[in-house]
Design a protein around this ligand. Structure first.
Ligand code: UD1
Ligand code: CA
Length: 463
């Protein structure tokens, strides 16, 4: 079997995105937690491809970071068109036998299935070039597939080169091609520049191939939406809606309740167990795993985290953290920095946890900041507790034992070690370790001055 390679064109500037950020390429724009070009890579990965080459250029350092684990990065220092982009792969591919699949980095909705169909059409038809086409209502901006009176393809004509007749053609070039690799690189150097803008367009190869008597075929994609190009932010939003619908639909068929799918945003790689209920405005972004029977209420964001079973998560933010089962989080809790919560815990409203480990049955129900600490089983953290973990230079670690009762309004100045079965009196500022079984009280004695109210008011002239 001759080998297949793939090329992703991802060097273009993305002028139509109108971004002020010159370090960002169009293909780095986010679509449900994955950059555009990441979606294209994910569609290619399951295929039988020897090497994927990604052509980077504008904002290339950013693109490189996204693709470098899955592809060979090839630089196109000046962006002189899609044909010129492919030329940059000549040092790797020129003269080689086999097929080359070419895709654009800005068409994130393409599926492995449609790409495989294109490749199969190419191989079974014995073609030298096969183009994926689509029939659309509004072909504006796309290359048009021009055919003669017998329906035979003669050329692809770009929007800027098209005459009025050609502009009416609704069959368009989707920007996906399979080439006989040897013929591709043999003819690439003969590409004439586009007379309108001087660019070297890969689409001009079609006419050249036909004139050479090569076998050129087409394959029409089943669903146009798969080939939607995301050239501007309106198309990006359109792509998001389509992908979101695809992802949410699958979860619902798998037994997840999504109350408002139009307003729920789930990354492609997220896994969710059955009977989990997701309310409106929820974002599940990145590498997220959620177990069964959870309730996730409105406006919760969960990023790169693992959630066990039967948790109740109310309008909270959970980043880079792990939860066990049967916990109650929120409303308005914030877990971050690799926080780990065991089982049967309560993390209540306006509680922030940063790099904290809560063992089973810990409760911190109200208005609390806990950072860089381990809290052992069944300990209760009173309202308004603060762990002062940062001295301005270093973050210090605190350990709180089992069955501890931390009174409301306490401040624990890290590093401090609290044993098991300890009571900390409300309003204490704890700076010293407390041994198991003790009570710590660290606040000044109260003094009452009888009659002082009248004395003071007279003094300030209010009585
Ligand atoms: C291209 C096709 C058009 C097709 C459409 C489908 C050409 C000339 N036209 O138009 O026929 O209908 O895709 O979406 O190919 N790129 C580079 N280097 C460059 C220029 C572009 O790597 O010098 C990359 C871009 O980053 C992008 C892809 O190639 O990912 C396509 O370029 P783009 O400018 O988006 O082409 P379209 O105008 O959409
Ligand atoms: Ca495009």
């Amino acid at each position: 079997m001759k080998k297949m390679n793939a090329i992703i064109m991802a060097a273009g500037k993305g002028t139509r995105m109108k971004s002020l950020d010159t370090t960002k390429s169009k293909v780095a724009f986010d679509l449900l937690g994955v950059p555009l070009v990441g979606h294209v890579l994910n569609a290619l990965k399951p295929m039988d491809i020897e090497t994927i080459y990604t052509i980077v250029g504008h904002g290339g350092e950013t693109t490189k970071k996204i693709v470098k684990n899955d592809s060979v990065v090839v630089w196109q220092r000046e962006q002189k068109g899609t044909g010129h982009a492919i030329m940059q792969c000549a040092p790797y591919l020129a003269g080689k036998e086999g097929t080359t699949l070419i895709v654009s980095g800005d068409t994130p909705l393409i599926t492995t299935q449609s790409l495989q169909h294109l490749v199969d059409t190419h191989l079974q038809g014995g073609f030298d070039l096969t183009i994926l086409t689509s029939i659309v209502d509004d072909p504006f901006g796309y290359g048009r597939m021009v055919r003669d009176q017998h329906g035979r393809l003669t050329a692809i004509v770009e929007e800027i080169n098209a005459n009025d007749e050609e502009k009416k053609i609704r069959e368009i070039n989707t920007g996906f091609y399979v080439f006989n690799n040897e013929k591709l690189f043999r003819h690439l150097n003969d590409l004439p520049p586009n007379p309108k803008n001087g660019e070297l367009n890969i689409t001009f190869l079609v006419k050249m191939f036909i004139e050479q008597g090569f076998n050129v075929g087409t394959d029409t994609v089943a669903a146009f939406e798969e080939t939607l190009g995301t050239n501007d932010r309106a198309q990006l939003a359109e792509a998001r809606q389509i992908l979101q619908k695809r992802i949410n639909h699958q979860h619902m068929l798998n037994g997840v309740t999504i109350e408002n799918p139009e307003n729920t945003f789930i990354s492609p790689q997220v896994r969710i167990g059955q009977d989990t209920v997701i309310q409106s405005g929820v974002y599940l972004i990145g590498d997220v795993t959620i177990g069964v029977g959870n309730v996730i209420t409105a406006n919760t964001t969960i990023e790169n985290s693992t959630i066990g079973d039967r948790n109740h998560i109310e309008s909270s933010k959970i980043i880079d953290s792990n939860l066990g089962h049967d916990n109650h989080i929120g409303p308005n809790a914030h877990l971050r920095g690799h926080t780990v919560v065991g089982n049967h815990c309560r993390v209540g409203n306006f509680v922030e946890l940063k790099k904290v480990e809560l063992k089973n049955g810990v409760k911190a129900a109200h208005l609390t900041y806990l950072g860089d600490c381990l809290i052992d089983e069944n300990t209760n953290i009173g309202c308004g507790t603060i762990i002062a973990n940062y001295d301005g230079k270093t973050k210090h670690h605190t350990h709180i034992g089992k069955n501890v009762f931390v009174g409301s309004g306490s401040t624990l100045i890290s590093p401090v070690h609290i044993g098991d079965d300890v009571l900390i009196a409300a309003g204490s500022t704890v700076t010293k370790d407390v041994e198991t079984g003790a009570m710590a009280i660290a606040r000044s004695q109260q003094t009452n001055k009888p009659g002082f109210y009248d004395h003071w008011m007279k003094k300030i002239g209010k009585k």
